[in-house]
Design a protein around this ligand. Structure first.
Ligand SMILES: [Zn+2]
Length: 87
């Protein structure tokens, strides 16, 4: 059984990887637009990478979905742990 990532700040298991200024090869991107009747305009959740051949993610960082704190180091350590565990 693999253990989920756990946010050191709030204990949440959900996180997002945010990529900024990256080279993404053959990527498929998606941006969702939701109509907001109160504001009378579309709101966008931003662009999402659905798939890619490779991502140079030196400019990437991980953000907790719950408390929105930077959890890059914890995620990196978690992924390393997963890789060594599956090897
Ligand atoms: Zn958190």
């Amino acid at each position: 059984m693999s253990q989920p990532f756990t946010c050191p700040h709030c204990g949440s298991h959900d996180y997002s990887i945010v990529l900024t200024g990256c080279d993404v090869a053959s990527a498929t991107l998606q941006e969702d637009f939701a109509w907001d009747p109160e504001r009378g305009e579309y709101s966008s959740g931003g662009t999402v990478i659905l798939s890619s051949e490779s991502v140079e993610n030196e400019g990437g960082h991980a953000v907790c979905q719950q408390c929105e704190k930077d959890v890059s180091e914890t995620v990196a350590a978690y992924e390393e742990q997963q890789e060594s565990g599956n090897a």
